[in-house]
Ligand binder design. Structure first.
Ligand code: C2E
Ligand code: MG
Ligand code: MG
Ligand code: MG
Length: 279
């Protein structure tokens, strides 16, 4: 574990491995163990308001605590799990755990932290997803308004009518929908107009050089302005510097998420964050 190697936080990435360097078959087998042996854990990253910096929501991000390899990043194992179908079990676990964590928090402390959960296209397109979502919400007791599903643009592009219909049912239930990694796919803002979504999350690749690339700054400004005209909230991902925060404040971006405020952390650490996390 990272802690044994002198890190002050056990969830730091010092032991992160590239699962890509693991044999696919072995990875697949070990991932099956991970699901059965409860090696998957959720970390949460706060989302703050741009103007006041207040902590208002959190995104659930899954981690694999591998017994020998340490923490494996979801960027490494989610794509494999999508190919093998293991994402179905993983996705169900994540949704259940996130709803349970926030419902428990509400019951025991009265505190509400709306939570965003990433939904893989494989999971979203599978028949029965809606019923599963409903059952999970009911079992946890979390009010649907406290949950946001993050889907990527391509889910909606290829999904045609059935995906849009499903989004409507999800929204009618009270659950929010955000488009993740916005700007990296092929959807247009005019297409967004037809979609029942509440917010878009600007991809980190636009944010990292927003203060140095005029092109990216112009794209970001255009997206924010048009999203607001469509009545959508905008969240910027990957905020690492004060300059980026100030830039996005000028551009009237609604919400921010990034290492400047906090890395994704275990639930207990999330609860210990101040109301206005900075750096
Ligand atoms: P995402 O949903 O776009 O999540 C944001 C990613 O950006 C997270 O990486 C987060 O740790 C990282 N990040 C946040 N702020 C900063 C920053 O300031 N700087 C930098 N460099 N990175 C930042 P993470 O946790 O490694 O997750 C990567 C991706 O894996 C996620 O991207 C999401 O697509 C996927 N993922 C994570 N958890 C789940 C899950 O439970 N289900 C599914 N289907 N996918 C998941
Ligand atoms: Mg996300
Ligand atoms: Mg994203
Ligand atoms: Mg991303």
């Amino acid at each position: 574990q990272a802690k044994a190697q002198g890190c002050n936080t056990w969830y730091c990435y010092s032991t992160e491995v590239k699962a890509g360097s693991m044999e696919p078959l072995r990875l697949r087998r070990e991932l099956a163990d991970a699901i059965n042996q409860q090696q998957l854990v959720l970390h949460y990253q706060p989302i703050v308001t741009t103007d006041t910096g207040r902590f208002v929501a959190a995104e659930a991000l899954v981690r694999w605590l591998h017994p020998q390899r340490g923490m494996v990043s979801p960027a490494e194992f989610i794509p494999v799990a999508e190919r093998t179908g293991q994402i179905i079990a993983i996705g169900r676990y994540v949704l259940q755990q996130a709803c349970q964590d926030m419902a428990d928090l509400r019951r025991t402390t009265g505190r509400c932290i709306p939570v965003s959960v990433n939904i893989s296209p494989v999971q979203f397109r599978r028949s029965g997803f809606f019923d599963e979502l409903k059952a999970i919400l009911q079992a946890s007791g979390l009010p649907p308004e406290q949950l946001v599903l993050e889907v990527t643009e391509n889910v909606l592009m290829s999904g045609t009518e059935s995906s849009i219909e499903l989004l409507h049912r999800i929204r009618d239930m009270g659950v929010g929908v955000a488009i993740d990694d916005f700007g990296t796919g092929f959807s247009s803002l005019s297409y967004l107009r037809q979609l029942p979504v509440n917010k878009i999350k600007l991809d980190r690749s636009f944010i990292c050089d927003i203060t140095t690339s005029r092109g990216h700054a112009a794209i970001v400004q255009g997206i924010i302005t048009m999203a607001h005209h469509l009545g959508l909230q905008v969240v910027a991902e990957g905020i690492e510097t004060e300059a980026q925060r100030e830039d996005l404040l000028q551009r009237e971006c609604d919400l921010l998420q990034g290492f400047l405020f906090s890395r994704p952390v275990p639930m207990t650490a999330l609860l210990a964050l101040p109301e206005h996390p900075r750096g």
